[in-house]
Design a protein around this ligand. Structure first.
Ligand code: NAD
Length: 446
């Protein structure tokens, strides 16, 4: 199948390379010349495990190419739209400018029988509007909506072996969109991947409601963390205990700094905004609280650091380990870790930031912070060490060795990801969000 992928960011580049891996003939198109030049030379413009190998294989095999020229879409049968849908400046709503521009640029190259397939996350109602535009264009092309659920850091696996596929197709599916998409995903479907074929609106809502659910689960446990902090209870034990209930489940119940990234925060805000436009805002007012709980965690982390430094951040040397919004990614869009690092710096601390992959992106966003690629340099003479992204590198740190490098062996675990007992046994004062100050084993304040 000949396929176009428009928008080669975190979603589109992985999608294009994965479609080629499945044996299709793919062209990736983006307006960002630098990104296209990198992709065309086989280099991934962002960190995503497995993507470089996939790019190399497909480029060498001649099944994948990249260009900024939209005319390359001509003659292809399927055209995926994977451009960004960021939050509008000073508004909660999604900015659909890039989707509109991509469709405008694509229309002149469409032919009868072509299928445009939306992958971007959009407010409900967007697909029907685009389908109407395509009908007016009289190109004979039709539209399907096929939302994407990939997780950064696991994007290649999630694209090649997704948990489910969702196709939003028009009533009666006159153009046979389902059949075309079944051909695209033949290998995936042959693995028994569940498929939901539905209307445009349900397909759009599946994506945003999945994100709303995940955000709610994270904020739920973080709300419990707030209560635990007040009464001296332990949120990680609480999460374990409620997680044993199969109706609740332990996943996404890790209390800590909360969610961030290029999807969850902007998607729940856009969902609220869209519900308001549709007169259904009451149904989603709870998401405002979900957002507030999430943002409060960042402030609480700063307060906790101030507390362990006896009330003052001024001039104190703080090692921040982790900047990406999640491990195995270099994405710092709305990253809680970077946000906390910046707040500490603004409040007068001397912050030295480290991340295995996200330093270049962080430097672009907050050039005023200090960065290092060396973990030793980051922690040297630190008054406190913060772990704000649960990278495997940090989980493997030997607390005894690290204790010899810092000025004060104090660690704040922003992700509840370290082995508290091991760190305490190595002489560290261990503090974390939502956990008691008391070391239950020795019954002492730590
Ligand atoms: N990143 C994820 O994990 C993820 C997961 C699921 C869904 N999504 C959704 O996928 C969409 C893309 O997200 P992303 O993270 O890849 O964003 P991104 O910012 O990394 O990539 C978007 C790309 O679109 C390009 N673009 C913008 N306008 C264009 C145009 N007119 N023609 C061609 N290219 C254009 C940009 O240059 C950029 O490279 C969003 O709607 C997002 O919500 C993302």
């Amino acid at each position: 199948m000949r396929i176009t992928v428009i928008g080669c960011g975190y979603l589109g580049a992985v999608h294009a390379a994965s479609m080629a891996e499945l044996g299709h003939d793919v062209v990736g198109i983006d307006i960002d010349e630098a990104k296209i030049a990198m992709l065309a030379s086989g280099r991934a413009p962002f960190y995503e495990p497995g993507l470089p190998e996939l790019l190399e294989r497909s480029l060498a095999g001649g099944r994948l190419r990249f260009t900024t020229d939209m005319s390359a879409a001509r003659g292809n049968r399927i055209h995926f739209v994977a451009v960004g849908t960021p939050q509008k400046p000073r508004e909660n709503a999604a900015d659909l400018r890039f989707v509109d521009a991509a469709i405008d640029a694509l229309v002149p190259w469409l032919e009868a029988g072509d299928l445009v397939v939306g992958k971007s996350t959009v407010p409900v109602g967007t697909a029907r509007g685009i389908a109407d535009r395509l009908a007016e264009s009289e190109t004979g092309a039709s539209l399907a909506w096929n939302p994407e659920f990939l997780r950064e850091g696991l994007a290649v696996k999630d694209t090649l072996h997704p948990d489910r596929l969702v196709y939003g197709v028009p009533d009666g599916d006159p153009a046979g969109a389902r059949q075309l998409l079944d051909e695209v995903y033949a290998a995936t479907l042959s693995e028994g991947t569940p498929l939901v074929v539905t209307d445009y609106e349900t397909a759009e809502l599946v994506k945003v409601s999945a994100n709303a659910f995940l955000a709610t689960k994270i904020s739920f446990i973080n709300a419990m963390a707030e209560v635990c902090e007040v009464v001296g209870a332990d949120v990680t034990q609480l999460a374990d205990a409620i997680g044993y209930d199969a109706r609740i489940g332990r996943r996404f119940l890790n209390a800590g700094l909360g969610f961030g990234g290029g999807c969850l925060p902007k998607d729940i805000r856009a969902f609220m905004a869209r519900a308001g436009e549709l007169g259904a805002d009451q149904a989603l007012t709870f998401l405002r609280e979900v957002d507030r709980i999430n943002m409060r965690r960042r402030e609480r982390a700063v307060d906790l650091v101030r507390e362990v430094l006896d009330g003052s951040l001024l001039g104190r040397r703080i090692a921040v380990l982790g900047l990406a919004f999640k491990p195995d990614s270099d994405d710092v869009r709305d990253s809680p870790a970077l946000n906390v690092a910046a707040m500490l710096s603004l409040q007068g601390a001397a912050v030295i930031c480290h991340d295995p992959k996200a330093v270049p992106n962080s430097r672009k966003r907050f050039p005023e912070l200090s960065y290092t690629e060396s973990l030793d340099e980051a922690v040297a003479d630190a008054d406190v060490v913060l772990v704000l992204t649960e990278w495997g590198d940090y989980l493997e740190i030997d607390p005894e060795v690290l204790a010899r490098k810092v000025a004060n062996p104090i660690v704040v675990d922003g992700r509840n990801c370290l082995d508290a007992e091991a760190w305490r046994a190595a002489g560290w004062r261990y503090r974390a969000l939502g956990r008691r100050r008391m070391d239950a084993r020795v019954g002492a304040l730590v």
